[in-house]
Design a protein around this ligand. Structure first.
Ligand code: AMP
Length: 308
């Protein structure tokens, strides 16, 4: 089985949407990526850091999905990364109310020995120098390195972020962040500018409006599945990244055609994530539900047209 190495936060999230609010619940980019990637036949591991305050049941949940958690450091007396966000009425935009790095502030990631040759590395959203540290620990150049990031790191660690972007094959980023990173309003121009920074593939996520994949001259677009119920978009981007990277690790094919399929798998899985608060929907998601929705996805986007 191919190996997928995931780096990302395992966190406490507190979320408010127009439909309600939560207490501190399980969240974090690494968590959502891992849960989503567990839908594929891959051997995955998460590298992260938490405090002693994180309930054991959260770690047990990840373990129950066959995720190797030996790379999740538990800091004695430490506090787990905490994020609080509030969504606006359109659910497509949100305000970050609190980001407490806690144990993440001085985290030295350690890649488990048996994952240093992972075929695919998914660098989830966290400090870019941690992402770089993980790349440097790999004993073989992975077939594919994918990086996700957010405006927080553009604001707080831009130089380190640009250095790690240079090293990766794929970047996944949302539209607003792509514009911030490049100072380009047009997403086509933004993607071109990001290609120049290093990544051969650029994925721009547009929330409920789908995702774009760029590979120099080639562009592919996948819509998001229109859903009747959207409760909480938290983690949708990471769930996308988990499906995208999980599929690519399982297939070990890094062609543009296969990345298109990875975008579809990522979008499909993200459509489940938003149906409940936090990780709830992803925790019990069954493979037959996933394939049923893939059929709907295919039907939604397929058409015949005669062109003279
Ligand atoms: P998403 O909705 O996919 O953008 O990701 C939401 C997740 O990202 C939440 O579960 C948060 O715990 C996590 N998160 C928020 N801010 C940060 C940050 N600055 N660094 C790492 N993870 C973060």
């Amino acid at each position: 089985m191919s190996k997928l190495l995931i780096v990302g936060t395992v966190a406490f999230d507190e979320i408010e949407t127009p439909f309600g609010k939560t207490d501190k619940i399980l969240g974090g980019a690494g968590t959502f990526i891992g849960l989503s990637a567990s839908q594929f036949e891959v051997s995955s591991a998460i590298v992260s850091v938490v405090g002693e305050d994180l309930p054991q049941e959260y770690l047990d949940l990840l373990k129950s999905k066959n995720i190797d958690i030996s790379g999740i450091e538990i800091v004695k007396g430490g506090k787990t990364f905490y994020w609080k966000g509030k969504y606006h009425n359109d659910l497509n935009s949100r305000d970050t109310l609190v980001t407490e790095l806690n144990t993440l502030a001085d985290f030295n990631p350690i890649v488990p020995e048996n994952f240093k040759n992972a075929e695919v590395v998914m660098l989830g959203n966290l400090h870019p120098s941690i992402q770089m540290d993980v790349i440097n620990q790999m004993t073989e150049r992975p077939k594919l390195i994918i990086l996700d990031t957010m405006n927080f790191w553009m604001d707080n660690a831009l130089d380190e972020l640009l250095a790690v972007i240079k090293k990766v094959d794929v970047i996944t980023i949302n539209d607003e962040e792509a514009r911030q990173l490049t100072n380009e309003y047009s997403l086509i121009k933004a993607a071109k500018a990001i290609h120049k920074m290093g990544p051969k593939y650029v994925v721009i996520k547009k929330g409920e409006h789908g995702a774009l994949l760029f590979n120099n001259g080639n562009i592919f677009f996948a819509p998001a599945l229109p859903l009747e119920e959207v409760f909480d978009p938290t983690g949708a981007g990471d769930t996308f990244a988990g499906g995208f990277s999980g599929y690519l690790a399982a297939t070990e094919d890094t062609s543009f055609e296969n990345l298109k399929k990875a975008v579809i798998h990522g979008s499909n899985l993200a459509s489940f994530c938003v149906e409940r608060f936090g990780t709830e929907r992803m925790e019990n998601l069954k493979r037959d539900e996933v394939s049923k929705r893939l059929h709907q996805f295919k039907a939604l986007t397929q058409f015949d047209i005669e062109i003279e």
